[in-house]
Design a protein around this ligand. Structure first.
Ligand SMILES: Cc1cc2nc3c(=O)[nH]c(=O)nc-3n(C[C@H](O)[C@H](O)[C@H](O)COP(=O)(O)O)c2cc1C
Length: 209
C-alpha cells in the first residue's frame, strides 16, 4: 500500500464545481471502472441494494438540469443575503455556478437504493443511507484518482423528487439518494481543506470526566 498516495487521495478529494471540464467527454468505460470500485464498499447486512443511474444523454441531462436550476437557485437567492461567513459565501457562489452549467456537465450519476424508507419492514434510516454513502465516497475517490471531479448534491427532497423521478423514469420502489455531476477536472492540483485539529473534536473513553 502506498500510504503517501492514499493519503493524498483521501485529503484532496474536494467538492468540485467550478473546475469541471465541460468540454471534455467522459467515456462510459471509465465510469464503469469507478462503479466497480464503488461497489466494494460495505452495506448493512450485505444487502447491496444500490442501483446506479448514469445520465450521459444531453437531452435527459438538460431536463434534469432544468429542474435542478429552478430548485437550487431559488434556495441560494433566498439564503445568500443572510450569509456573512466568506467561506460559506464561496460555497454558495460555486453552487450557483454549478446550477447554471449543470446541463453541460458530461455525466450525471444518480446513486439509488432499491426500496423506500416508508415501506413496511424498511431498514433503519442509519442502515438505509449508511449503505449507500460509503459507496458514493468510494466512487468519488475512484473518479479523483482518474483525474475526474464530482460533487455530492442532494436535490431529491420533498415534492421535487417526483419531478426528477418522472424525467428519469425511476420506479416508485427506488429511492434516488444523490446527484453527482462528473467531469474531468481543469488541472489536477487540489489542496487539503481547512479542518479543526482532530484533538479538539475527539475525546477518549468517556465524554465527560
Ligand atoms: C450529504 C451531503 C450533501 C451535500 N449536498 C450538496 C448540495 O446539495 N449541493 C452542493 O453543491 N454541494 C453539496 N454537498 C457538498 C458540500 O457542500 C461540500 O462537501 C462542502 O462544502 C465541503 O467541501 P469539500 O468537500 O471540498 O471539503 C453535500 C455534501 C454532503 C456530504
Amino acid at each position: 500500500m502506498d500510504i503517501a498516495a492514499t493519503d493524498q487521495l483521501l485529503s484532496t478529494t474536494r467538492a468540485v464545481r467550478r473546475r469541471l471540464d465541460l468540454g471534455r467527454p467522459v467515456e462510459r468505460d471509465v465510469i464503469l471502472e469507478c462503479l466497480r470500485l464503488a461497489v466494494q464498499a460495505p452495506t448493512g447486512g450485505n444487502k447491496q441494494a444500490w442501483r446506479w443511474l448514469v445520465v450521459d444523454d444531453p437531452e435527459v441531462r438538460a431536463k434534469v438540469a432544468d429542474i435542478y436550476a429552478g430548485q437550487t437557485l431559488a434556495v441560494i437567492d433566498r439564503r445568500y443575503p443572510h450569509i456573512k461567513d466568506p467561506q460559506t459565501r464561496r460555497v454558495y457562489d460555486s453552487a450557483r455556478y454549478l446550477a447554471t452549467v449543470l446541463a453541460q456537465v458530461p455525466v450525471l450519476i444518480v446513486p439509488c437504493v432499491q426500496g423506500r424508507l416508508d415501506e413496511p419492514n424498511a431498514t433503519h434510516p442509519a442502515a438505509f443511507y449508511g449503505s449507500i454513502f460509503p459507496a458514493i465516497w468510494n466512487l468519488q475517490l475512484a473518479l479523483r484518482s482518474r483525474r475526474m471531479g464530482s460533487v455530492l448534491t442532494t436535490p431529491f427532497v420533498g415534492d421535487d423528487e417526483r419531478r426528477y423521478t418522472e424525467v428519469l423514469r425511476l420506479p416508485d420502489t427506488m429511492t434516488p439518494v444523490a446527484l453527482l455531476p462528473v467531469a474531468y477536472t481543469i488541472g489536477d492540483e487540489f489542496k487539503p481543506a481547512e479542518r479543526p485539529p482532530v484533538e479538539t473534536i475527539t475525546r477518549w473513553n468517556r465524554w465527560t470526566d
